[in-house]
Design a protein around this ligand. Structure first.
Ligand code: NAG
Ligand code: NAG
Ligand code: NAG
Ligand code: NAG
Ligand code: NAG
Ligand code: NAG
Ligand code: NAG
Ligand code: NAG
Ligand code: ZN
Length: 485
């Protein structure tokens, strides 16, 4: 009852402020061809970490031999219920028997960093969506989120490569900041017509999407920095839908529009296809409409796509690895970045995985950090005060050498092998006995390669059932109402 009233009062606040904010990327503008863009593929080549915007696959690959990538992305805070929704959406298998992977663009407020770590430990991508979820973010909004994902989620700094601007509201300055802060790519722009249906490309010759905003000004050149356009789906009135397409019509209509768009990519230049969601709309909350019909529609669409020949459901970072070294669909299964392996450990350590197969992840090993609106669990030390944009990682509440201290992941150790309590790396450069379990399962999909393994192993994890905490609903409802009304 207490929880419910808190939700309702929050809902009212949210509903009344929602008019102030633009919907976060729900629809976009139909683009015209970028007239100012000019890039010569003879000089701009993958071997120089350069790629021109193009609707054809890189390196002259024949579209029929090119993998059809599908990226599923999740935006905003990572919380129990949202995490469960994301897991259900990725519950399909790639042709090599590994589970589909996704990308989460994480904003900091209300995020549970133990779930950030679990997401990453399962091979998914963690990316930056600012600290407070503001459009046209400052340098500090971008850097503070990265620091927190590293400090409390244990994500190596060099594995946080992607960014998406809140409300997709980015400028040339945002892109420059990202490049300066060592990000590899941005994914805030939209590809909304046949004239800008480009594969990801580097900004050596500037932007070729969203040109109607003036962003394609030739003054903006960021060598080696990538743009991953977001691919729109046309509704039956030819309005491009970008995010949360399932909110724009009945599940039947949305599925039809989505398959039509997908087929344009699949039968055309095999440009990646995207499903971009705010998992809030697809998660159950007391007092809100049952999202099951929407969720069923999305899941059936994802299953349908994943059963299509040569489709790989990947994180944007996996797609980036492919962009840097494009191979045929028949060679995908053997690419190292497509593998799915789990460390085999003697007992449970706080690494985001269920190491002792008890059905729980990091059972009883997590710290609880409570600071009003920033309550989160973590395998690492709690800060001594609430993190803020200007001080995202205040000093630890526990000192090195005292009981309960958690040791940060050293750069030499992958976080899935690191025991932050025991201060031990179970597989570092000097270790010879790193033991992995292949998580691939048998599938009937043909890869024309050597991908599918027959020694199928169990499904990787059972998710802990989350409880809805009143405070977390604040963020959820803010997003829900501001986006759907
Ligand atoms: C994944 O799919 C399997 C089989 O359809 C089902 O048993 C399982 O509960 C699903 N897991 C999630 C997280 O949705
Ligand atoms: C987007 O950015 C512009 C320019 O900085 C700003 O005026 C506008 O309020 C922003 N919109 C949102 C929704 O953040
Ligand atoms: C689009 O489909 C809806 C039903 O889903 C229908 O009401 C509407 O008239 C259609 N619009 C166009 C332009 O065909
Ligand atoms: C996906 O759905 C479409 C339309 O219902 C159907 O024609 C197609 O065969 C389906 N694809 C797969 C692989 O099930
Ligand atoms: C797994 O590890 C946790 C945490 O150390 C422990 O509480 C639990 O008893 C272990 N379960 C099994 C089955 O070993
Ligand atoms: C903790 O203290 C030990 C001993 O003083 C030192 O060697 C180690 O580098 C410190 N570790 C961290 C993470 O501060
Ligand atoms: C593969 O195909 C066989 C025969 O059609 C079927 O019995 C089996 O269940 C399928 N396996 C999977 C993992 O889909
Ligand atoms: C399968 O792997 C073997 C050894 O790695 C290689 O020689 C062979 O060409 C591969 N076959 C295909 C179809 O990729
Ligand atoms: Zn957002």
């Amino acid at each position: 009852m207490k929880v419910l009233s808190s939700i309702l009062s929050t809902a009212i606040i949210c509903a009344s402020t929602s008019f102030v904010y633009a919907q976060e990327g729900t629809t976009t503008q139909t683009a015209s061809a970028p007239s100012s863009y000019s890039c010569d593929p003879a000089t701009c080549k993958p071997s120089n970490n350069c790629l021109c915007a193009s609707s054809n696959p890189p390196n002259g690959l024949d579209p029929k031999e090119t993998p059809q990538f599908v990226v599923i992305t999740f935006d905003d805070s990572v919380q129990d219920a949202l995490y469960g929704t994301a897991q259900q959406m990725l519950n399909v298998t790639n042709p090599n028997g590994c589970k589909a992977k996704g990308t989460w663009y994480v904003s900091m407020q209300y995020t549970d960093f133990s779930l950030v770590q679990q997401w990453y430990a399962q091979g998914n991508e963690i990316a930056d969506h600012t600290f407070t979820h503001v459009g046209t973010p400052s340098a500090q909004e971008i850097s503070s989120a990265k620091s927190m994902l590293h400090e409390y989620g244990g994500i190596p700094l060099n594995k946080i490569q992607g960014f998406r601007a809140p409300f997709l509201n980015y400028t040339a300055e945002t892109l420059k900041q990202l490049s300066q802060q060592q990000f590899s790519y941005d994914s805030s722009s939209s590809a909304s017509s046949e004239s800008d249906l480009f594969w990801p490309y580097t900004l050596d010759y500037g932007m070729a999407n969203d040109c109607w905003t003036g962003i394609c000004n030739p003054g903006l050149k960021l060598p080696g920095f990538w743009e991953f356009p977001m691919y729109a789906v046309m509704n039956n009135a030819s309005v491009p839908q970008l995010m949360d397409v399932y909110l724009s019509g009945s599940p039947e209509d949305v599925t039809k529009w989505s398959l039509d768009a997908f087929n344009k990519h699949y039968n055309g230049g095999r440009q990646p296809f995207g499903i971009y969601v705010h998992p809030t709309h697809l998660s159950s909350y007391p007092g809100l409409p049952d999202p099951k019909p929407l969720m069923d529609g999305v899941i059936n669409l994802i299953k349908n796509l994943s059963e299509t020949k040569d489709v790989w459901v990947v994180s944007n970072q996996q797609l980036l690895a492919w962009m840097k070294n494009p191979v045929k669909a028949s060679e995908m299964a053997n690419q190292p970045y497509m593998k799915c392996e789990k460390p085999v450990l003697p007992s449970e350590i706080c690494n985001g995985l269920d190491d002792n197969n008890s059905g729980g992840i990091d059972d009883s090993l997590l710290n609880n950090c409570n600071f009003g609106t920033s309550n989160f669990k973590t395998c690492f030390n709690c800060p001594s005060g609430a993190p803020s944009v200007s001080s995202p990682t205040p000093g630890s509440s526990t000192q090195n050498g005292t009981a309960g201290y958690r040791y940060p992941v050293p750069a030499s150790c992958d976080p899935t092998w690191w025991d932050p309590i025991g201060n031990k790396c179970f597989c570092d450069a000097s270790a010879t006995n790193c033991n992995y379990k292949n998580m691939a399962v048998a599938t009937n999909k043909t890869t024309n390669g050597n991908g599918t393994t027959s020694d199928a192993t169990s499904v990787m994890t059972t998710l802990p059932l989350g409880q809805i905490i009143a405070s977390m609903c604040v963020a959820l409802l803010w997003e829900t109402f501001s986006y759907s009304r």
